[in-house]
Design a protein around this ligand. Structure first.
Ligand code: NAD
Length: 411
C-alpha cells in the first residue's frame, strides 16, 4: 500500500467520527505546497551525481510548518507527502503551535562520505532556502540525517538570510542546539510506553521489549526502558537483529554500536535473528523504530506482542491495524508515541528565538508534561468514543486543525 493511501485511511476513520464535511476533508488532505528539486553534486571521485530532493509543506493552520528531513534510498514524493501530513496531526495532538511538513533526499547515506553529505545538504538548501525559515517551515532530523546535517542547514541558510538559528532544529548542542533534543523522541517513546503499561494494569519491571531500529529513536528508547527495569530482549537494524530472552546489557549494545559506525553487526551478546523474526518475537511490547510499512496484513497475525508502540512513522498498515485490533493488540500510534522529538524541537526553536537556554531538567520536565497531557486526552477520548488509540489521536489532531482552519477563515 502506498504511504499516502495508508495515512488517508487513518484520517478518514477519524474524519468519520468527527463528522467532517467533504469540503473540509479535501482542504485538510491537500498539501499547501510540494517541491521537488534537482541536487547536482560532485562526488569525492570527481564524478557528477544528480539527486532529487523533496519538501512537502502540508498545513500551516496552527503555525509554521515543521517536520524532519530524511535521507534514505526509498524516499519519494508519495512517502514525503504522507509523512508531512502525519506531522500536521502530530503537532496538533501534542498541541504545540506548528503545522506539518517533511522533506527528503533519495540517497543511501552509508554510501556517501561526510564531505559529500555536507555538499548534498548545502546544495539542497541552495535550492529551497526561499521556501523555509523560522516563521515558515522548520526542518529537523529524521532517518539518515543527524545533528551535523542540521548544522550545515543553519550555516547555509545563514549565507542567504543572516543569523537565524531557529530556521532548523535538532542542531548540535555546541551550535545552537539544546541538551535533551537528541534523546527526546526515544525518551518520549519510553515514557509513553510506561504510561500505557500502567493504564493497562501491567507491571513495569521485567516487561519484555523488542525494538526494530537502533538509531536515534531505537537507542534512546532502549536506554530509557532499560533504566526503568524493562528487559530489552530483541534489537535490530538494517543489517539484522539479535535476541536474548534474559534481556541485553543495553550499555554493552550501545558501546558495540558506537564502536562499529552505529551498526549492531558482529554483536556477540545474543542470538542472531532476522528483522522478520524480531517483529514476531515473544515479548510484551514491540517497538518499530526504523522504517514505515513494516507491519502489514501479511505479518500482523505473526506479531506476538500484545502491545505495539510506534517509534517509527507509519510502521503499521491500516489492514494490519484491523487485524491487530481484532486480536486485541493495543497500538500506541506514531502521532502520539514519537511526538517527543518535535516537542523538544519546539523548545529549541523557542530558546533560539529568545536567545536563552534552559537546562536539561527543564527540557525533560516540560517534555514529560506535554506528552503526559496528550496521552491522557487520547486515552480518555478512546475510552469515551470506544475507538482505537490511533483513531482517538487522529480525532484530537484533525479536530484541532479543522477548528483552527475555521477560526482563521479560508475565504
Ligand atoms: P536513524 O537513521 O537514526 O536510525 C534508523 C535505524 O533504522 C538504523 O538503526 C537503521 O539501521 C535502521 N534501519 C534502516 N532500515 C532498516 C530496515 N529495513 N530494517 C530494520 N532496521 C532498519 O533514524 P531515527 O531518527 O532513529 O528514525 C527512526 C524512525 O523514527 C523513522 O521512522 C523516523 O521517521 C521516526 N522518527 C524519528 C524522530 C527523530 O527525532 N529522529 C522523531 C519522530 C519519528
Amino acid at each position: 500500500m502506498r504511504a499516502s493511501e495508508a495515512t488517508r485511511i487513518s484520517f478518514d476513520r477519524a474524519a468519520d467520527q468527527l463528522d467532517l464535511s467533504e469540503s473540509m476533508r479535501r482542504l485538510l488532505l491537500t498539501a499547501k505546497r510540494e517541491v521537488q528539486v534537482q541536487i547536482p553534486i560532485e562526488r569525492d571521485s570527481g564524478e557528477l551525481a544528480t539527486l532529487i530532493g523533496y519538501r512537502v509543506q502540508h498545513n500551516d493552520a496552527r503555525g509554521p510548518m515543521k517536520g524532519g528531513l530524511r535521507y534514505h534510498p526509498h524516499v519519494d514524493l508519495d512517502e514525503v507527502r504522507a509523512l508531512a501530513s502525519l506531522m500536521t496531526w502530530k503537532t496538533a495532538v501534542v498541541d504545540i503551535p506548528y503545522g506539518g511538513a517533511k522533506g527528503g533526499v533519495s540517497i543511501d547515506p552509508a554510501q556517501w562520505s561526510q564531505r559529500e553529505l555536507e555538499r548534498v545538504t548545502r546544495r539542497f538548501v541552495d535550492a529551497i532556502h526561499d521556501l523555509f525559515g523560522p516563521d515558515v517551515d522548520i526542518p529537523a532530523p529524521d532517518m539518515g540525517t543527524t545533528a551535523d546535517t542540521m548544522a550545515w542547514i543553519m550555516n547555509q541558510y545563514g549565507r542567504y538570510h543572516g543569523f537565524a538559528p531557529a530556521c532548523v532544529t535538532g542542531k548540535p548542542v555546541e551550535y545552537h542546539g539544546i541538551p535533551g533534543r537528541d534523546e527526546a523522541t526515544g525518551r518520549g517513546v519510553g515514557a509513553l510506553t510506561l504510561k500505557l503499561l500502567s493504564r493497562l494494569g501491567r507491571r513495569i519491571p521485567g516487561t519484555r521489549v523488542a525494538i526494530q531500529g537502533f538509531g536515534n529513536v531505537g537507542t534512546h528508547t532502549a536506554k530509557f526502558l532499560h533504566d526503568a527495569e524493562c528487559l530489552i530482549v530483541g534489537v535490530s537494524d538494517a543489517g539484522g537483529g539479535f535476541h536474548r530472552a534474559a534481556g541485553f546489557d543495553v550499555l554493552e549494545l550501545l558501546r558495540h554500536a558506537h564502536a562499529h559506525g552505529g551498526r549492531l553487526e558482529g554483536f556477540t551478546g545474543g542470538d542472531a535473528i532476522t528483522n522478520a523474526e524480531l517483529l514476531a518475537l515473544d515479548c510484551d511490547v514491540l517497538i518499530p523504530a526504523a522504517l514505515g510499512g513494516v507491519i502489514t496484513a501479511a505479518n500482523a497475525a505473526a506479531v506476538r506482542a500484545p502491545i505495539i508502540v510506534e517509534g517509527a512513522n507509519a510502521p503499521t498498515d491500516p489492514d494490519a491495524d484491523t487485524i491487530l485490533e481484532g486480536r486485541g493488540v493495543v497500538v500506541l500510534p506514531d502521532i502520539l508515541a514519537n511526538a517527543g522529538g518535535v516537542t523538544a524541537s519546539w523548545f529549541e526553536w523557542v530558546q533560539n528565538r529568545q536567545h536563552y537556554q534552559w537546562g536539561i531538567n527543564r527540557v525533560r520536565q516540560e517534555l514529560d508534561r506535554i506528552l503526559g497531557e496528550a496521552f491522557e486526552q487520547v486515552w480518555q477520548l478512546a475510552g469515551s468514543r470506544k475507538v482505537p488509540l490511533r483513531t482517538a489521536a487522529y480525532m484530537l489532531g484533525v479536530g484541532r486543525v479543522a477548528r483552527a482552519t475555521v477560526l482563521g477563515g479560508v475565504a
